[in-house]
Design a protein around this ligand. Sequence first.
Ligand code: FMN
Length: 210
Amino acid sequence: MELLDKLNWRYAAKAMNGEKVAEDKIERIIEAARLAPTSSGLQPFEILVVKNQEIKEKIKPIAWNQSVITDCSHLLVFAAWDTYTPERINYMFDLTNEIRGFKNEGWENYRKMLLDMYPQRDAEENFNHAAKQAYIAFAHAIMAAAFEKVDATPLEGFDPAAVDEILGLREKGLRSAVLLPLGYRKTEEDWLVNLVKVRKSTKDLVTVIE
Ligand SMILES: Cc1cc2nc3c(=O)[nH]c(=O)nc-3n(C[C@H](O)[C@H](O)[C@H](O)COP(=O)(O)O)c2cc1C
């Protein structure tokens, strides 16, 4: 039950102490996010790793002044594609063919189906779909951080348009979806650190259908 022990250890740290996280740990956390499954394997997002303190200072006021933004070591920004384009879809299908070294008719038909469907759809709907995929990677990063004994605060309390502006995301066809400050808990200033974790009972969460 090692994984569950680590998931019980983790919590959404409310205060961090500014200590730097070793780069090899950050790399493994990001690798876990990279390995996350996504719909059709499109990985429709990018991860920005903000180490720059001035940029973190700029983000803090538009993130409800949450201190973890500036007291974290690395601030991960999960930024989803603003829409699906033929180029973006083709890039991932071509990459698959290149890496696997062969073309497959079924796979090519599937590509065509997505090309006929996604780019025509409303950009907002596409962004929302892409953002869901970004959240899967975000969850992987949270688990990987716990595995590395690195604290992480999942963070949606921010103004996405302002973060997009600060990081120049819209010019890159991206929109911020969710943030993940990584660092180390500041136990003496964190009201949450010693409180018992609260979760619904399994009975209230799960329905088994035999
Ligand atoms: C998508 C998402 C967004 C969240 N946004 C914030 C946030 O902006 N600020 C914050 O302090 N906690 C935030 N949280 C933390 C949750 O409140 C916390 O995970 C939840 O209460 C469960 O507690 P635990 O993570 O400490 O076990 C967020 C969590 C998730 C998953």
